[in-house]
Structure formats: C-alpha cells, structure tokens
Design a protein around this ligand. Structure first.
Ligand SMILES: N[C@@H](CCC(=O)N[C@@H](CS)C(=O)NCC(=O)O)C(=O)O
Length: 213
C-alpha cells in the first residue's frame, strides 16, 4: 500500500493515523503542496481532484479521505475504526463528518490562497477567518462530547472520530485557536497523543517535514 501525502495536510494525517491504528504497512510518498505538485499532470492523471491523499491500495488509486477511511475499514476489518454497534457507528460518523464536511472545506489551502490573491486579505485576516470557521464546528462538537459523556476517547479505543479530530486540532493550534474552554476535546487530544500510533503519524515525524532532524 502506498500513501501519497503531505506532512502537514490534515487529510493525509487522517490516513496515516488510520493505517497506524489498523496496523497496516504502507509506503509514504511525499507530494509537495508548496510547489503545487498535486496540480501537475503526473498527479492529476491519477487524481483529477488534484489533492492529497491518494491511496494506492487493492489494485487501484483511491482518492477522497473519508471514502478511503471507510474502504480501509471494510477491506481490512481487523482492528476496526468504526464500532460494532449501529448507534455507536452513527455517533462516530456524525462527529467525524462534521469535521470533514463543515470544517475542513473553508480552511483548505486553495481557499486561503484565494482570500489572499483575489481579495488581498492579510495574514491576520486569514487567521481570523480560520478561527471563525473552527469555532463554528469545534464549539458544538465540544457540547456534543459533553452530552455524550466521553472519557479519554469517544468509545473505548480511538477510531474513526479521533482519526478526523486530531489533524484538525493540530491545524487549529497552528492558527492560535483557544482551546481553554474545551476540556473534552483536549482530553481526547492528549490521550491520543500519548499513543505510539498517533506519534508515528504526526506531521513532525514525516520524512517531508523540513524541520525534521
Ligand atoms: N475532500 C478531500 C479534500 C482533500 C484536500 O483538500 N487535501 C488538501 C490537503 S489537506 C490538498 O491537497 N490541498 C491542496 C489543493 O487542494 O491544492 C479529501 O477529504 O480527501
């Protein structure tokens, strides 16, 4: 299995966590978003969306991270990401798709570039934009976690939800988002970060991270 991704891409980070949690071996192939490698013909001929991650698995190229996660769990049912219980699966999807559909889209690199290039927005204004959209989903997410009475993880071990949460929290922290009123979110973040699977998947530990020693 090959994962084409970028160290700081939250969707690539989702896939790295999932592969680690499932104990699946994979080769990591860096795609440099800063040089727009994802828009080059060599890449778009395989993924017309021109985005990472691209997962080479089961004899074909697979794109779109949520579909990739669902496929991984169906094709490799050991160490499932989604819980066995129907209602628990619903809850995991409810929260994971809130992050993937409401939160990721307005915070993606092309959107931020567009705000700068077409509307002349400054870095401070971009930061405000970013934190505004984060709060729109992370505030209700925190309230939902409180309602559900979660512990260190949504369920007994990390899975589909945590795979989506941790990358978004990592990005939010880069943009100075204040988590001081989010004890449930930060408890889950800390519990995940203590696990070797999450540490191996972290952007700091990827070969294409220029700051990696
Ligand atoms: N819906 C897609 C979004 C993928 C996506 O936006 N990836 C980002 C990195 S997190 C990317 O490649 N951005 C560069 C670009 O779109 O040019 C997915 O879930 O896979």
């Amino acid at each position: 299995m090959k994962l084409h991704g970028y160290y700081r891409s939250s969707t690539s980070y989702r896939l790295r966590i999932a592969l680690e949690l499932k104990g699946l071996d994979y080769e990591y192939v860096p795609v440099n978003l800063l040089t727009s490698e994802q828009k080059g013909e060599a890449f778009t001929s395989r993924n017309p969306f021109g985005s990472v991650p691209l997962l080479e698995a089961g004899g074909r190229d697979r794109v779109q991270s949520m579909a990739q996660l669902e496929w991984l769990d169906e094709a490799h049912p050991d160490k499932p990401l989604l819980p066995a219980d129907l209602e628990d699966r619903y809850t995991a999807r409810e929260l994971a798709y809130a992050i993937a559909t409401e939160l990721h889209a307005p915070l993606n690199l092309p959107v931020l570039k567009y705000l700068t290039n077409e509307y002349g927005k400054s870095q401070d204004e971009i930061g405000e934009w970013y934190r505004h959209w984060l709060a729109r989903t992370l505030d209700p997410l925190e309230a939902r976690l409180a309602q559900l009475g979660t512990g260190d993880f949504l369920f007994e071990r990390p899975g589909f939800f945590e795979v989506c949460l941790l990358p978004q929290v990592y990005n939010a922290r880069r943009f100075g988002f204040d988590f001081s009123d989010k004890p449930h979110t930060t408890r889950i973040e800390q519990a995940c970060q203590a696990l070797p699977e999450f540490q191996r998947a972290h952007p700091d530990n990827q070969p294409d991270n220029p700051e990696r020693s």
